[in-house]
Write a protein that binds this ligand. Structure first.
Ligand code: TTP
Ligand code: MG
Length: 382
């Protein structure tokens, strides 16, 4: 066993010498929906711009999808009710617009195609975010990666007119946290040797997957920063959060993450969404609905002879704001019971985060492998 470990380490070192470090970029388009509105009407740039979903019940009922940075100075952020945004911008020349998803999707598609062309591997996550693995392209050099990003930023600005923030790191986790630390139009580079000092002083809530509830629980254990979490005894973490999460938190806080950039397209998913009979946050009522959706999703999955690895739930809340939760399974599956169990866990954590009732609920599966492919991979492995 020891021999095997040293071979693995030597292999890793050789890989580094020959290929260089892994370099991952995360691009996050700035205040995306509102920036798209500024693009087609540049006069808006100096005004607070609020893009929202209008429920139609009263003139101002609904929720803010996003706001430009001018509006954010007045405390207008994603998710707040539109009437509150209106109040905060009372005596200001602000512009309120309804979401025009089709137009934003068109712009997003153009940008994503450009970003993809600069990467070795590309993974889009939602309408305004994408991971790029550029390890080969820049031969493992963080300096070259920084120059590449400057070039991409300029080109996208010139050709499409949209700015974005970029994080560069040795893995997806670090790239994501880096991109979040300097917005809008930012660029943050975290080299492997700086990962720990970069993460150390940030609050634990900056780690993806650590929401309000978990960070409160961690604060009670005396864990406030990512550095505190990194030094916390891993067995005690497992005792408090279970094996999978305990190990995930420990590794993440130490900047360790081996998730590859999946060449998967946003379109490659199966999803269903449905309106509930009445607004509710009762788990069994929600499960009745998601069970129906799951049956239909599972039928599609079997028809395409695939397995899924990622499960998500999306909830349209009573005030029309959108909340979603998703997780990646440890291995691919085509089992309906596992899908049901995962959806239940996601729903439980989603309900736990807010007192608000849910109006519509949806389920999505993605990251497919075909059953044939799995068999082939296994046989070639043996
Ligand atoms: P984000 O990337 O979270 O936000 P953003 O791009 O508006 O702002 P930032 O500069 O901080 O990156 O979300 C991307 C888009 O998704 C956003 O423009 C609108 C939409 N969205 C919603 O519709 N509801 C929400 O609650 C959030 C957070 C985003
Ligand atoms: Mg964004």
């Amino acid at each position: 066993m020891k021999g095997l470990t040293s071979i693995l380490i030597i292999n890793k070192i050789w890989r580094k010498v020959l290929v260089g470090s892994t370099i991952i970029l995360l691009a996050d388009l700035d205040y995306f929906f509102a920036q798209c509105e500024e693009l087609r009407n540049p006069d808006l740039k100096i005004k607070p711009v609020v893009v929202g979903v209008y429920s139609g019940r009263t003139q101002d009922s609904g929720a803010v999808s996003t706001a430009n940075y001018v509006a954010r100075k007045y405390g207008v952020n994603s998710g707040i009710p539109l009437h509150l945004a209106r109040k905060r911008l009372q005596n200001v020349d602000a512009v309120f617009l309804p979401v025009d998803y089709k137009y934003y999707k068109h712009i997003s598609d153009e940008i994503m195609a450009q970003l993809r062309s600069y990467s070795d591997l590309f993974e889009q996550v939602g309408i305004d975010e994408a991971y790029l693995d550029v390890s080969k392209k820049v031969q493992g050099s963080f300096k070259a990666a920084g120059l590449l990003v400057e070039k991409i930023k300029n080109e996208v600005k010139k050709k499409i007119g949209i700015s974005f923030s970029m994080g560069i790191g040795p893995n997806k986790l670090v790239a994501k946290i880096a991109a979040d630390s300097n917005k809008p139009d930012g660029l943050t580079i975290v080299k492997p040797s700086n990962v720990n000092s970069f993460l150390e002083s940030l609050p634990v809530s900056r780690l993806p997957g650590i929401g309000k509830k978990t960070s409160q629980k961690m604060n009670l254990l005396g864990i406030n920063t990512i550095g505190d979490l990194a030094h916390y005894d891993v067995q005690s973490l497992i005792d408090s959060f279970g094996r999978n999460l305990g190990v995930y938190y420990h590794n993440s806080a130490n900047g360790v993450n081996n998730e590859p950039v999946h060449e998967a397209n946003e379109a490659e998913s199966i999803s269903r969404i449905s309106t509930l009979k009445e607004n509710t946050r009762d788990l069994s009522a929600l499960l009745d609905k998601t069970d129906q959706l799951i049956l239909s999703i599972h039928r599609d999955l079997l028809n395409r002879n695939s397995k899924f690895k990622r499960v998500g739930v999306i909830a349209i809340m009573a005030n029309l704001s959108v909340r979603s939760k998703s997780k990646t399974l440890l291995s691919s599956s085509d089992q309906i019971d596992l899908l049901k169990k995962s959806v239940q866990n996601l729903l439980e954590s989603l309900i736990g985060e807010s007192e608000m009732k849910i109006r519509r609920i949806g389920v999505k599966i993605s990251e497919f492998t075909s059953n044939k492919e799995t068999q082939k991979q296994l046989s070639s492995y043996f």
